[in-house]
Design a protein around this ligand. Structure first.
Ligand code: ADP
Length: 735
């Protein structure tokens, strides 16, 4: 039988042992505990041991201790105990009750077992696992290459990144070639070579394809290592695809923006409000005629280039933007270093930086051309306004609600208005406008053009104004009807005159008719008594000639001559008054027939005068009353014979076509007529000679004129005294 010294056995163990009464007051602590803590035994007995625990564990242990005692079963508590050197180490306290034969707890006993190593191992395991997690989250893989064996070690994340099987060794360096894009692989192999040969660390952005064939990016860093075990390379690979994509889209965006601003010739600027620093892109310099060397790059330099009259407003707007955070927007003039003046437009937005400072980022562009165009437009508009205002016609322009936009001065005077009507409604200005005109306005607003040559406007007071008007739409830039333009002409005076004229014409026609009636009746009815006078006188002369003395015979001769003259006058007057009253129909007639008839009637006179008559071989057909044409020829040829000169008489007739008319001309070489009588000779009873010089009634040419005019033609004369006369007249040809 082996006798064991339990006491020394227990105290030889690495555990700290203890025992207590049922109340948990320690009455024994093993020497290991005393030497571990370096505390005297009395400090640890009772509940003193609690003070040697880590302050952070004391309350928890106390509570667990009390709970364990109450539970009366085995229990465990983890806590840290201060070592003699002040370090805390983790211990697991185990407690077990000891019971008497009645089953009551009579003592507690237990141990404190150090578990720091165990914890460290656990911590290390935890750390490794959390490192793997961190690597996963950061998409960061690590690798090591051992130089002698070229053996490779990949971290889990690296396997995930390349979609490789983690149960297999990582692919060899040669096999990795197909993972990367050729250009990236080339750069990587070059960097690896330099790292191996020269120990130069590297940092590269490399493109590769993942297992799904998607293009991805990684940031590869690597360096050479060397220790007692050997040498090699190690490094990290971080998936930066998201970053690269974002960067790519950012650079794409900024490239697009650059192209756009360049195309629009927009300069980009940024003004730091605290420092007053102003950053300009090259287009800004182009706009301002500066370059980065001559331009100071501060706010003040910009201000100096602004036109003195515009600086205050630009300052105000900029200050407002910075104070309120609203957008900056200003149009201003600048003067370039070579003295050129330009109109610029500037826009900007306030940006708050990472610190408290603010900056304004914006653009500038040249609006000189636009500005000049606006000026030109404005001046054209002014010109148009002036034109409309002073044009001597009543013009008014309205919007869609028939409100006056513009009107001429004449509009006011024509309608007896005194003040400017701009902005007022047409229907308020003229409350008596008839409904039918409002309908016209609506039609025009739908795009129609309406006009009327004569329209009565009955005013409120009952007076009538006659208007001639035209209303047409005007269109906006987008082609839509913007309103109407009205042109009116007050024709009341003309209209009244017309009415008067009509009345007078009717009156005249009536009196003319009466006169004709009278002339006809007089000439016709006087024939009879005249014939009686003339007949009786003839009888008196033939029967009583022998019984009458010379004086009586002379008187009888006067009576006979007078009666004859009167008869001729009566006949001429009768012919004249019959032109319209008893004219035949105007029809297609050969002009040669009436001419022949006239020549037959004049045969004796022609023979006596020994006249030479030249007539065209062919004479045209005309629209005429044949018998009146005979009278026309007869009068004209008769006059040529009557008013011949000393020279042998020559009468030449010609005819030419003038449009739908024929012009007949009869030229003689007679005494001629002075130009001042050209009009007069066509009037009734107008003669240029006395009866003694040339016989006549002064009716012939008046009759010719009346005949020609009845046919819709014209008659006129050309002549020179002593040389001859040409009478021209026109007659319409048949269609
Ligand atoms: P009358 O011949 O009866 O006087 P007319 O009306 O035929 O009246 O002519 C008016 C006037 O025109 C004539 O008095 C004459 O002076 C002038 N006259 C007309 N025909 C000619 C002519 N061929 N040559 C010159 N004078 C003419």
């Amino acid at each position: 039988m082996v006798s064991l010294d339990f006491q020394s056995l227990l105290e030889g163990l690495p555990h700290l042992l203890w025992a207590s009464g049922p109340d948990g007051n320690l009455d024994y602590v093993s020497p290991q505990w005393l030497s571990f803590t370096g505390a005297p035994e009395e400090d640890l007995l009772g509940h003193g041991w609690l003070a040697s625990l880590h302050p952070g564990d004391q309350a928890g242990t106390m509570e667990a201790w009390a709970k364990g005692l109450r539970g009366g079963e085995n229990f465990e508590i983890d806590n840290r105990i201060r070592r003699v050197d002040g370090c805390y180490r983790w211990f697991k306290m185990r407690a077990a009750p000891k019971r008497n034969e009645l089953g009551q707890i009579c003592r507690w006993q237990g141990s404190q077992t150090e578990m720091t190593a165990e914890l460290e191992a656990r911590e290390k395991a935890e750390l490794t696992s959390s490192l793997i997690d961190v690597q996963r989250v950061a998409k960061l893989g690590t690798w090591t290459m051992f130089g002698d064996s070229e053996r490779l070690k990949w971290s889990t994340e690296l396997y995930t990144m390349f979609g490789a099987n983690p149960d297999l060794p990582p692919p060899s360096l040669e096999d990795q070639a197909h993972l990367f894009l050729p250009e990236s692989w080339e750069r990587l192999t070059r960097a690896l070579e330099l790292a191996i040969t020269e120990g130069r660390p590297y940092e590269l952005e490399l493109a590769f394809r993942d297992s799904d064939g998607q293009l991805r990016w990684l940031l590869a860093r690597g360096e050479r290592w060397r220790d007692e075990t050997g040498w090699g390379l190690r490094g990290t690979a971080q998936d930066i695809t998201t970053l690269m994509t974002a960067q790519e889209s950012l650079s794409l965006q900024s490239a697009r923006m650059r192209v756009a601003t360049e195309a629009a010739h927009m300069g980009v600027w940024e003004l730091d409000s605290d420092s007053g620093r102003l950053t300009w892109d090259p287009i800004m310099h182009e706009l301002y005629g500066t370059d980065s060397h001559t331009f100071g790059g501060v706010h003040e330099c910009w201000r100096q280039s602004i036109h003195p009259d515009d600086v205050a407003e630009v300052d105000r707007r900029l200050a407002q933007s910075l104070a309120l955070g609203c957008d900056f927007d200003a149009a201003f003039r600048i003067i370039t270093p070579c003295g050129e003046q330009k109109y610029l437009r500037g826009k900007g937005r306030v940006r708050t930086g990472a610190g408290s400072g603010k900056s304004v980022v914006g653009v500038n562009w040249d609006v000189t051309e636009q500005h000049n165009m606006e000026l030109r437009l404005q001046s054209r508009e002014r010109l148009l306004q002036e034109f409309v205002k002073h044009v001597p016609a009543a013009i008014a322009m309205f919007d869609k609600e028939m409100r006056y936009l513009q009107h001429s001065q004449r509009w006011l005077t024509d309608y007896d208005l005194s003040e400017d009507l701009t902005g007022r409604s047409h229907y308020d200005v003229f409350p008596d406008i008839p409904e039918r005109w409002k309908v016209v306005h609506q039609k025009v607003l739908r795009g129609a053009v309406e006009r009327c040559d004569e329209d009565p406007f009955v005013r409120q007071d009952g007076t009538v104004e006659w208007l001639s008007w035209e209303v047409r739409p005007w269109r906006q830039d987008d082609g839509q009807v913007g309103g109407v333009i009205m042109f009116t002409h007050v024709i009341t005076a003309r209209k009244n005159l017309e009415v008067l004229l009509q009345q007078q014409t009717a009156e005249l026609m009536r009196s003319n008719h009466d006169l004709e009636q009278f002339a006809y009746a007089a000439s016709h009815d006087l024939q009879e008594p005249l014939r009686a006078v003339s007949g009786c006188t003839q009888i008196l002369k033939s029967r009583y000639e022998d019984q009458l003395d010379a004086r009586a015979q002379e008187l009888i001769r006067h009576i006979v001559e007078g009666a004859h003259r009167m008869q001729t006058l009566m006949l001429d007057l009768l012919a004249y008054s019959r032109v319209d009253r008893q004219g035949g129909t105007i029809e297609r007639t050969s002009s040669s027939g009436p001419l022949r008839e006239a020549l037959v009637n004049l045969r004796q006179a022609i023979e006596e005068s020994d006249a030479r008559l030249v007539v065209p071989d062919k004479l045209p057909e005309v629209m005429a009353d044949g018998s009146q044409l005979v009278m026309l020829w007869q009068n004209l040829i008769g006059n040529a014979i009557k008013y011949r000169s000393e020279r042998p008489l020559e009468i030449v007739m010609t005819v030419v076509q003038e449009g739908s008319f024929w012009r007949f001309s009869l030229a003689d070489n007679g005494i001629g007529i002075h130009a001042r009588h050209f009009e007069r000779i066509f009037l009734l009873f107008q003669r240029l000679h006395t009866r003694e010089e040339y016989a006549g009634t002064g009716i012939g040419l008046a009759l010719c004129k009346r005949i020609v005019e009845r046919h819709g033609g014209r008659i006129w004369v050309e002549s020179e005294p002593g040389r001859g006369t040409i009478f021209h007249f026109t007659l319409e040809g048949p269609e």
